[in-house]
Design a protein around this ligand. Structure first.
Ligand code: FAD
Length: 377
């Protein structure tokens, strides 16, 4: 019997495991995939997360591989409307780090393996958890055989289609949005360097972020859900809306996504706790989902440690749940604001809106407030 079973070896489960392992807790991570996920969704790592990642000693490796974004521009109709600096948002990491999720997860996995080479069990799909009040048992399949694991506490970080959440039966606050996007990674031809740019155009927003290796990620709001096309199609939309020429032949990642919010009403049931996307799925516009999950883990770790030391932690768990649900609701609201700003507008209201953004961005207090909100401070 282990102290803790972590279900799901994505970025949140791996980080949770590393936090506990380095406190001497015996942890097993059960991950259904036999190999690493190749597809990179998240790229943005915010300053509070870098502080947390420093606690497990991986922040320097991440920073060495990533691109620190220290400035962002709002552009519209070929003009810079506002400029935002992240210099004041953190003493330790005054930037948003851009690094593909696959690399982030690989560095976290390496850390877990360093702390305990036997902690991560790949190819294990959990089908059911059972809490008898004194311990939790997880039934799983591995290589076609049934396997069973037992621990004092189960932490489910098994993503948006969480098996554990479904079994929990916790009500979920659900919201669907009319917005959909296409993203693609291309060679960087912009001259923006390590600066992020949001093009607030009448036909809909285009976002552009630097990536390591002289690449850039472009995210284009689609006119209709289900529209979009190949790399050439995306490059045409980028040119039409922003005037920037991107080489379609340099395309690597290409995908489309719709957006929705799913916030659980309960993160804790007996000896089982939901964290990460299993507890809260929010729109990627604003780039906070993975960061939110890491901050769940930071808040949960001391409660788990106290519980394993025999302390009664009912009140601490209730506090954890209330604070993390509030953080998820805040991030969801922030992403709703971001999505609303990026919707298409007729020419008149579009120029009024952009002038207002320019005026607000010129007020230092407003600019600083938005920079802090944007970086999860
Ligand atoms: C296009 C896009 C862009 C994004 N950009 C950003 C960004 O810039 N910044 C940001 O913070 N967030 C971003 N996000 C969100 C981010 O990708 C997620 O919030 C993050 O992956 C959540 O991590 P997780 O570990 O909770 O879940 P996941 O990454 O989904 O990991 C869950 C893991 O659990 C495993 N699993 C599932 N079920 C079982 C089971 N029954 N048994 C065993 N294992 C199981 C899965 O195989 C998976 O490995 C973006 C999302 C999208 C779609």
């Amino acid at each position: 019997m282990d102290d803790v079973l972590v279900i799901g070896g994505g970025p949140v489960g791996l980080f949770m495991a590393a936090l506990l392992l380095q406190q001497g807790v015996s942890v097993r991570v059960l991950e259904q995939r036999t190999g690493a996920e190749p597809h990179s969704r998240a790229i943005g790592i915010h300053p509070p997360s870098l502080d947390a990642l420093q606690e497990i000693g991986v922040a320097p490796d991440l920073v060495a591989e990533g691109v620190p974004i220290r400035r962002g521009l709002a552009v519209g109709g070929g003009r810079t409307l506002a400029e935002m600096s992240f210099a004041g948002v953190s003493d330790s990491y005054p930037f948003v780090l851009s690094l593909p999720q696959a690399r982030t997860a690989a560095i976290l996995e390496q850390r877990v393996r360093h702390l305990d080479p036997a902690a991560l069990h790949r190819g294990v799909r959990v089908t059911r958890v059972h809490d008898d009040g004194g311990k939790v048992t997880a039934d799983a399949t591995a290589g076609g055989s049934a396997v069973r694991y037992t621990a004092a506490i189960v932490i489910a970080a098994d993503g948006v289609r969480s098996t554990v959440r479904a079994q929990f039966g916790t009500p979920v606050r659900a919201k669907d949005y009319p917005d959909s996007y296409q993203m693609g990674d291309f060679a960087d031809s912009t001259g923006f360097g390590p600066v992020a740019a949001l093009f607030l155009e009448s036909a809909g927003i285009v976002e552009s972020f630097p990536l390591p290796g002289n690449l850039r990620r472009w995210v284009v709001r689609l006119a209709e859900p289900g529209s979009g096309g190949d790399a050439r199609w995306l490059v045409d939309r980028i040119r039409q809306r922003t005037g920037v020429e991107v080489d379609p032949e340099s395309n690597s990642v290409l995908s489309r996504f719709g957006v929705r919010t799913r916030l659980v009403r309960r993160m804790v049931a007996g000896r089982t706790v939901l964290i990460g996307d299993a507890a809260h799925e929010i729109s990627p516009i604003g780039g906070q989902g993975m960061n939110l999950g890491w901050l769940d883990a930071v808040a949960l770790a001391p409660v788990v440690l106290a519980s394993l030391h025999g302390k009664h932690v009912g009140a601490e768990l209730r506090g954890f749940e209330a604070r993390r649900k509030a953080a998820a609701a805040r991030a969801a609201r922030q992403s709703e604001i971001n999505m609303a700003l990026g919707r298409p507008l007729p020419a008149g209201p579009w120029s009024v809106r952009n002038r207002a953004i320019g005026a607000a961005g010129a007020v230092p207090a407003v600019n600083g407030f938005v920079a802090r909100r944007f970086t999860m401070q």
